[in-house]
Design a protein around this ligand. Structure first.
Ligand code: NDP
Length: 326
């Protein structure tokens, strides 16, 4: 038996709780991992509360991230004792995930734990931080350089935002952090933001074009925020879109794209090919100051993770939450 969060849905309703789970119930897979740490991402918040249609099968162990040690493997690339991590691939949605002491998975989904990080540090980064790195890589791929000007990070005090601010600052970009929590301005400046701007100024319907300011942007919000960011991006600037914290809609005009040559680059972490994941994790090893992870993250146990699912959806969680599952 092992402990884990189990989400159930039946006549009694939708509910999540810490349960003793029989190992025989683990799904099929060619690698069994003894999990040490998992995390709470926005998507885990949706899964645990049932506020978004994230979980596709019941019962489900949530947790889109995990780090741990291989216990048993018939996969050619992994053997017992290997330290590994996992982000996405539908884990915690369609396949039992990381918020439990054991997981059985497809070895193709695993990434060897980078030498730069402990399992706990890798989870302080988690899907949110790895997605932030995918956004940075997209900005680079589209040619945005530190000398081009300011980079705006929206939802900056959240998980993706915090890591994006820290990485961009270390790479020499001038980072402007947008937040709805002005009390966290000192936190954002400590991560490397040069200036902090108010989310309220971006949250209402705006003009098709505004004053050109951003050379690039990392957007986790969508909706009016993304529309206003595109409208204020400089000629040939690049906006990466990875989230929907403000909404799934995009009430924008084509003006920034056809008159200013702005690029809107979509970023997905879940089905991102393995080669790109390995690059992202390797770049996190070199371009994220691990000392900042202590400031960005805090650690909780399995039971404490459940109420945090509500908090993250309300935008109340600062930075990242690591879950010590043991
Ligand atoms: P967090 O909750 O940690 O961060 C989201 C932040 O967005 C909040 O902390 C808050 O920051 C800001 N925010 C909250 N509500 C609003 C609002 N109404 N309008 C504008 N900003 C708001 O979540 P994550 O960082 O884990 O994820 C961020 C987003 O990215 C989510 O939508 C998530 O689903 C998505 N995501 C997508 C991935 C992909 O593969 N495409 C992977 C990972 C995440 P502040 O208070 O500073 O404004």
């Amino acid at each position: 038996m092992f402990k884990g969060i189990l989400i159930e849905k039946d006549e009694a309703g939708y509910r999540a709780g810490v349960k003793d789970i029989d190992e025989a119930q683990l799904p099929e897979g060619n690698v069994t991992v003894r999990v040490s740490h998992s995390t709470i991402n926005y998507k885990d918040g949706l899964a645990i509360t049932g506020k978004g249609p994230v979980v596709r099968k019941f019962p489900m162990v949530p947790g889109i991230d995990l780090a741990g040690v291989v216990e048993e493997s018939s996969h050619p690339e992994y053997k017992a004792g290997d330290a590994v991590l996992l982000n996405g691939w539908g884990v915690g949605e369609t396949h039992w995930g990381g918020l439990a002491q054991k997981a059985r998975l497809n070895g193709d989904w695993l990434v060897p734990l980078p030498a730069a990080f402990s399992p706990q540090q890798a989870m302080a980064i988690g899907t949110a931080g790895y997605t932030a790195m995918l956004c940075v890589l997209a900005l680079e791929r589209h040619g945005v350089k530190p000398a081009d000007g300011e980079i705006l990070v929206t939802g900056a005090a959240g998980g993706v935002g915090s890591v994006a601010v820290a990485v961009l600052a270390k790479l020499g970009y001038t980072v402007v952090a947008m937040t709805g929590r002005p009390k966290d301005a000192d936190y954002l400046k400590a991560l490397g933001a040069k200036e902090v701007v108010d989310r309220a100024d971006f949250s209402s319907p705006g003009k098709p074009l505004g004053r050109e300011r951003w050379a690039g942007a990392v957007d986790v919000a969508g909706s009016h925020v993304l529309a206003n960011v595109c409208a204020t991006t400089k000629y040939r600037g690049v906006v990466t879109a990875c989230g929907l914290a403000a909404g799934m809609d995009l009430p924008a005009s084509v003006a920034p794209f056809i008159l200013r040559g702005v690029t809107l680059a979509g970023v997905d972490s879940v089905m991102c090919p393995r080669a790109d994941r390995l690059v992202a994790w390797q770049r996190l090893g070199s371009d994220l100051d691990v000392a900042k992870l202590g400031r960005i993250s805090r650690e909780v146990g399995l039971a404490e993770a459940i109420p945090l699912a509500e908090s993250i959806l309300k935008g109340e969680v600062r930075g990242r939450v690591v879950v010590d599952v043991n």
